[in-house]
Design a protein around this ligand. Sequence first.
Ligand code: SAM
Length: 473
Amino acid sequence: MTGAPATGEAARPRRGEQLEVEIDSLAFGGRGIARTDGFVVFVAGALPGDRVRAEITKAKRRFAEARAVELLRPGADRVADVCVHEGEPCPGAPWQGLPYERQLACKSEQADEALRRLGELEGYELEEIEPAAERWRYRNKLEYSFGERDGEPLLGFHARGRWDLIVGVEDCHLASEPGNTARNRVRDWAREETVPAYDRRAREGILRNLVVREGWRTGQIQTRLVTSPARFPKPPVDLHTVIEGDSGGTDGPTGVLGAERLREELCGLRLEMSHGAFFQTNTEMAERLYAVAAEYAGLSGAERVFDLYCGIGTIGLTMARRAGEVWGLELVGEAIADAERNAEANGIGNARFLAGSARTGVRPLLERAGKPDVVVLDPPRAGLSQKIVRRVIECEAKRIVYVSCNPTTLAPNAAQLTEAGYRLRRVRPVDMFPQTPHIECVALLEKAAPGRGSGTPSISDSVASHETRGGGV
Ligand SMILES: C[S@@+](CC[C@H](N)C(=O)[O-])C[C@H]1O[C@@H](n2cnc3c(N)ncnc32)[C@H](O)[C@@H]1O
């Protein structure tokens, strides 16, 4: 590292300072790591082997955070960027310079390291990562921001590490071609009608965000414009959300101008989703992910399955035909309404969905449904709180299938479950997000049978014990 003043304490870089550093490895979350005399700098936008000029964004006693502002010498393994907007590498594809095989290896290693180091877990089988079906143009949802340059609206992404600077996007290689066309049409409308972008610094203007969602299998494109409250010519979008104040969010009262719900097909099911409901952003890989979850669930046709954090019911509905009954629990009421509609539209009569939080909803669910054989968990990145882990333990399921988008929260949760008598058996990473550091994996935990010591029942043992339980909810 060069450019730091003097030595010792004074050598600590300060916010805004620029340094030349060499990257030696990758951290969780995907930033490059540079080291010097016990001091670590996490550099966004830099990959192993790169020499970069980095601007410090945060300085602590033993480490600093920075963003790469200039690539001085690319690492030997770097591959050429595919997705570039106005000369800036796409902020949605921070690992595009890493060869794909290397991305996969890093994700597997990081998942394993999190489980071993953070969870102190061992004895599980880390299965080979499932590579992505498509390395580009795989996202079915992208959120863009409006900005302005020379008085003209721009529509694109925030530049890396900048909340106040937008880079315009013409063709994002994470989106499909029709998705790009839909975005550009809204940008052209804004230019023709001279509707100003919202300026967060001045707190004035109108256009804030555009969310483009796509039914991968149906070809439907759904656009949602997010604006400040204002009068302006009718926009060419399906949905219009109005946001008061300066929250920076995109959720608010929403009016319908076109198609209200997005239609998609997945695992042979016809699905509909509301704009506020979660749906996996890579349709092809969601099918693979759910296939792994179903394999781990080891269903024989008789089991009671709890699908906690069920969204629009996708995992439970894909398992319902192989289970006795499925019960879904989800916080967002709109998603539960979608799940019920989806069950009916697909003729699935053994699935019920309840709106409620995992924290307070599991006990009432247990009272209503009885104890499950299998619990499927698919929480947001923060994972399960201690209290929710306790509720899951109270379910006394033989198997827990944990679908995780963050191994650093999966690890402590799996460790808490092992303390309660489960064994972590299998873990399979599935690459849902190529060109990014995001790691998705499915983990199987099985309960040790009482009196069998550390041994666990095989799947066939536990299935046999439930063969007499009938279906129907
Ligand atoms: C990662 S998504 C999974 C959704 C679904 N399993 C799927 O694959 O589409 C997590 C879901 O948990 C829901 N959620 C967040 N916090 C929750 C809570 N405390 N209780 C229940 N659901 C919650 C979110 O609304 C979201 O639908």
